[in-house]
Design a binder for this molecule. Structure first.
Ligand code: 4H4
Length: 220
């Protein structure tokens, strides 16, 4: 899976050099390229935005700069995603669907907004990570990279994505590890019994119980 990210703040993505995503990059299971939109400005001051036609506060990012940055990475098998609060809300189903793509071009939206003409021309899908407004689309782009990369073969060990929350539209059952007793609280006996059938039954029941309690909407 190749991610090409069009951004004005490439340094924000340094956090993706850490942990599981960092290891996946090292092992070349995923490729993450940061394309600085500012590099495509033709202005001697490297300006990328201008005042909005029709007046109003703030600035808007120019269409030509974004188009040239996009053209520098576009190929036939790329899906272009624009991150903005106006997009369809991301969920696990969409994450799994995106993980089947070979090449994603992620355009980081901005509080300033991007000229609509280039968005109309190049964007295949607009995605939001939630109904709140951020200062930029960089964190949403990292959410896409992280959540999608978990489904790329070899990034996680074999069964990790099988029983997690949202995999069966249920939340995951409670997890326990050593010590067996913590501040007077013992691990549920069934989990120490070694009886795999009873453990599975307990976990299935707990998943349903937790979902009913925390996210009853998932059961509709
Ligand atoms: C774009 C904010 C446009 C406001 C933005 C406007 C999200 C999100 C996000 C920086 C971008 C904000 N991106 N999920 N939520 N001028 N991005 O908040 O249209 O009001 O993905 S505007």
């Amino acid at each position: 899976m190749k991610f090409d990210v069009l951004t004005l703040f490439p340094d924000m993505f340094k956090s993706l050099d850490e942990s599981i995503i960092g290891k996946a990059k090292e092992r070349e299971l995923i490729e993450i390229n940061l394309i600085n939109i500012r590099d495509f400005s033709k202005d001697k001051h490297k300006k990328v935005d201008d005042t909005p036609y029709g007046g109003g506060a703030g600035m808007v990012i120019r269409p030509d700069v974004v188009y040239d940055a996009y053209s520098s990475v576009k190929d036939d098998n790329a899906k272009v995603i624009y991150l903005s609060p106006q997009g369809k809300i991301l969920n696990q189903e969409k994450v799994k669907e995106l993980s089947k793509e070979k090449h994603l071009i992620l355009i980081c939206g901005h509080y300033e907004g991007i000229d609509q003409r280039v968005l109309d021309e190049i964007v295949d899908e607009e995605i939001s990570i939630g109904d709140y407004v951020l200062t930029g689309g960089e964190l949403p782009a990292m959410v896409i990279i992280d959540s999608v990369s978990r489904y790329i073969e070899g990034v996680l060990n074999e069964d990790s994505t099988k029983e997690e929350s949202f995999s069966s539209n249920l939340l995951e059952y409670p997890q326990y590890t050593r010590p067996e007793e913590f501040r007077g609280k013992k691990v549920p006996d069934v989990l120490i019994s070694g009886h795999h059938e009873n453990i599975k039954k307990w976990r299935d029941e707990k998943s349903l119980e937790v979902t009913k309690q925390k996210r009853p909407d998932l059961l509709k």
